[in-house]
Design a protein around this ligand. Structure first.
Ligand SMILES: [Fe+2]
Length: 377
């Protein structure tokens, strides 16, 4: 089966990155992007003539970059290197730049690469760290037998969600195996969970950083088999459920458009809410995600809508669905002609997996059959 051949923990990666540091976009209107990002919960860190750099409350100098350009598009991401010497190793990867001083705000040294889809990947070390901004801790929650808040009403929250950091990036790829292997073998990312099609072929892999005994998120990068090379979404960590829900309401109150939420995922366990930026890019707030160390073994699960969320509104049909422009159609047909990994059978399997009812037990319950809690794997 392809699972064991292509998606096992890399035995000798070039480096093991520490975390994702930032994501980079091109956007046609930086003014509306800055307004949206402030409503989303980010803060301006630096501005140049044609670029804005936004930060969270955490110490990373910037976690979101928007460069002014003709159209909205994902450009790439930056990984934080675990050590300066990692830059020397990653600079040996075919196509990588030499180590150089970053000319961008925050400085540091970096190596720039291009992933198999043509997206830029920076590996940075020594970027300036900023004093953290105030962010509230998770709200204390009273349970039936466990009261932690006494003589103290719950806070009323109004305003943008407090974003602390960039948590993960999800990519769609026409060449799923090649792209996943490239990130795993170069950056030491390891599979936490793999989603399989009906014929057992992997279609989505949740990758986490390999920090040994130091805890890391369930996923820092997700590679998903798709009909185009594109960003699916990027996700930012906020304190808790109340921050996710309040953040969603705040964004809609400011006139922005929600995509999907609030709900809780299955793999990674995050409470989530997805919103559209002014140009249709999907951005997620998440809280209460799983963290693992090196001991967590890879899990394998069937890909279906049911496995995407434990609770929440039904998944909108538009979620993750790409718009097919003539250029994208040409790329897809090229891939189907045998130059990529996509095939009609594979795409049809993908479509079938995502068209199955999200929560069939709810349907059974409505028809009078006893509802049963489903297996999530
Ligand atoms: Fe996500």
């Amino acid at each position: 089966m392809k699972v064991s051949r292509a998606l096992t923990k890399p035995s000798d990666p070039v480096v093991k990155v520490w975390d994702v540091a930032y994501i980079r976009f091109q956007k046609p209107d930086l003014g509306s992007m800055e307004r949206y990002l402030r409503d989303f919960g980010l803060h301006l860190s630096a501005r140049t003539a044609d670029t804005i750099y936004m930060r969270g409350a955490g110490p990373t100098h910037h976690i979101y970059i928007a460069e002014r350009g003709r159209r909205s598009q994902y450009l790439g991401l930056g990984f934080a290197a675990a050590d300066r010497t990692d830059l020397e190793r990653i600079a040996t990867v075919p196509g990588a730049s030499k180590i150089h001083a970053s000319p961008e705000p925050g400085g540091g040294q970096r190596v720039v690469l291009q992933d198999p889809s043509g997206f830029r990947v920076d590996v940075v070390w020594g970027m300036e760290e900023l004093p953290e901004l105030p962010i509230r801790p998770p709200l204390p929650v009273n349970g039936p037998k466990h009261k932690v808040r006494v003589n103290r009403p719950q806070q009323t929250l109004i305003g943008p969600a407090g974003v602390y950091r960039l948590g993960h990036v999800v990519l769609q790829s026409l060449e799923f195996f090649k792209t996943a292997a490239w990130y795993m073998n170069n950056f030491g990312l390891v599979p936490s969970d793999v989603l399989l099609l009906e014929n057992h072929e992997p279609a989505v892999v949740f990758l986490r950083c390999n920090r040994g005994r130091v805890l890391t998120d369930h996923h820092t990068l997700v590679v998903s088999s798709g009909i185009q090379n594109a960003l699916d979404h990027c996700a930012f960590e906020v304190p808790d459920l109340d921050a996710v829900a309040n953040g969603a309401q705040w964004l809609q109150h400011q006139g922005w458009r929600q995509s999907w939420g609030v709900g809780r995922h299955v793999l990674g366990s995050q409470i989530f809410d997805y919103q559209h930026d002014p140009f249709g890019t999907t951005m997620e707030h998440f809280a209460d995600g799983d963290v693992f160390d090196e001991d967590y073994a890879t899990g394998f699960h069937r890909l279906d809508k049911q496995g995407l969320y434990q609770w929440g509104p039904d998944l909108p049909k538009s979620f993750g669905a790409p718009s097919i422009t003539p250029a994208k159609a040409v790329r897809l047909l090229t891939a189907l002609a045998g130059r990529g990994e996509a095939s009609l059978a594979r795409l049809s399997n993908l479509k079938k997996a995502m068209e199955a009812p999200a929560r069939p037990w709810l349907g059974r319950s409505r028809r009078g059959t006893r509802a049963r809690w489903p297996s999530t794997s």
